[in-house]
Write a protein that binds this ligand. Structure first.
Ligand code: 4AD
Ligand code: MG
Length: 431
């Protein structure tokens, strides 16, 4: 063994003897040479084994190497312009750790159900690997954005006594004999935190028992939710467009190779910078009508409507002032036109639909109490939430960005099931 390195840091060890530990991705032979593609999680490198340059033992060992066999390979790192990472390993020794038998995912085509059943292995393949690395970059950029602006991360609980986003999509659990629900959104707690810290965000898994089998819905998804005191709807929309632009530009800068692996056309992503187009609900309805979409005024937009709307713009579009009737109980209404909530949704381009939902929050005690009653929610469970309107209530706003839909859009992946390591869908809780 020589010094153990990660493949991605090969550049620092040119012409040196190093050891790489990983798994066999693929191999081929050509006469007295064996080419091993070895992956270690950071990258893939071609390792070249030449018959008369290694011991007989080592050369014979290459015959035992099956796909996903774990191994250590030692050799000299040599620059090679044709190699994707710029280097090749000229092998002197191979140590087998475990021989993998009959790895189920072969280079041939497999159906989606088969791949989903083998998700625990599928994430090793190039494409899934690229998607999950971009997911990582998006999450990192999202947190950096708020951290750099003096936000404090205050996480919300997962077990909650009440609904945040409507009672129809609650997952009920038994909490020592009493009902508790898996959180649908951390927002209400972020509101409490924002009255303590001024600007906060929470980031965690959220749960919705949605009986939707669309390519945009998961039952468990991750949401990052900022909440800011003394912010109105305009401020909220501005924060959202700066936030999304920062995420997109960071991924373009840091994940070029992964985007190439995914063959993502990045020309549209390059245009994502503030300001984004912002349209009133009424304007959005006009656009639908002009495009011949049958739509009942007053309804919320469905997935197909969102696609028509976002197709009119190159950048993400923000739709604001939704009819209060179709929106959540906590949203403040526009005092000038009280039929509308001070709400906004951001719709991603290229048919990816809503990636952000947000609003200015109702900050008046009596009005909020009335809404809680109108929505048949438990006053008892929301007592603490009402307290926030009793002790130094201020205008405040926030939003939630769904990580998986954002990953789908930026990577160009069609279905959200590939954007999370282990997706939870209405009909899938395995593996
Ligand atoms: O629009 P939503 O329901 O907003 C809220 O939950 C607010 N409480 C957020 C806030 O203001 N703090 O959800 C926000 C986002 C959506 O725009 C979408 O990106 C994502 O969460 N989302 C889902 N993603 C995957 N699967 C689902 N079933 C989703 N439901 C919402
Ligand atoms: Mg929404």
């Amino acid at each position: 063994m020589a010094q153990i390195i990660r493949i991605s840091e090969s550049g620092k060890y040119e012409n040196q003897e190093v050891t790489i530990q990983g798994w066999l991705y693929n191999k081929r032979s050509s006469g007295k040479i064996r080419f091993l593609l070895v992956r270690d999680g950071s990258a893939i490198i071609q390792c070249v084994v030449v018959k008369n340059e290694v011991s007989e033992d080592v050369f014979e060992r290459t015959e035992l190497l099956t796909q996903e066999t774990s191994l250590r390979v030692t050799g000299k790192l040599v620059a090679d312009k044709r190699a994707p990472i710029g280097y090749e390993l000229h092998v002197s020794d191979i140590e087998i750790i475990q021989i993998a038998q009959d790895y189920p995912i072969t280079p041939k085509e497999h159906g989606v159900d088969f791949l989903m059943d083998h998700r625990h292995l599928w994430i090793r393949s190039k494409r899934q690997h690229a998607i999950l690395r971009i997911r990582h970059e998006i999450i990192k950029a999202a947190q950096d954005f708020f951290n750099n602006r003096d936000f404090i991360k205050v996480d919300s609980p997962i077990f909650t006594p009440n609904a945040a986003e409507g009672t129809t999509t609650l997952f009920k659990t038994d909490y020592f004999g009493s009902p508790a629900y898996l959180t649908q959104s951390g927002q209400l707690y972020a509101e409490a935190a924002c009255m303590a810290f001024g600007r906060v965000y929470c980031f965690g898994p959220t749960f919705r028992a949605e009986k939707s089998k669309t390519r945009r819905h998961l039952t468990e998804f991750w949401m990052i939710e900022p909440e800011v005191a003394f912010f109105d709807l305009q401020d909220d929309m501005q924060l959202a467009e700066e936030f999304v632009s920062y995420i997109v530009q960071t991924v373009l800068k840091n994940r070029k190779q992964e985007l190439e692996t995914l063959e993502r056309d990045t020309t549209k992503l390059e245009k994502v910078s503030p300001p984004f187009p912002k349209i009133h609900y009424n304007e959005a309805v006009e656009i639908l009508k002009k495009n011949g979409v049958e739509f009942t005024y007053g309804d919320d937009f469905g997935g197909a409507d969102e696609t028509v709307l976002s197709d009119q713009f190159e950048k993400p579009v923000i739709v604001h002032h939704y009819p209060a009737e179709v929106k959540a109980f906590y949203m403040k209404r526009d005092p000038e036109e009280p039929q509308f909530a001070l709400a906004m949704d951001m719709l991603a381009p290229e048919g990816y639909g809503e990636i952000i939902g947000g609003s200015q929050r109702e900050d008046d005690y009596d009005t909020l109490l009335q809404r809680i009653r109108e929505h048949n929610l438990s006053e008892e469970a929301f007592k603490w939430y009402l307290d926030l309107r009793k002790y130094g209530s201020v205008p405040h706003s926030g939003f939630g960005l769904g990580i998986e839909r954002t990953v789908a859009w930026i990577t160009g992946v069609k279905h959200v099931r590939e954007t999370i390591p282990f997706p939870r869908l209405m009909q899938r809780i395995y593996p």
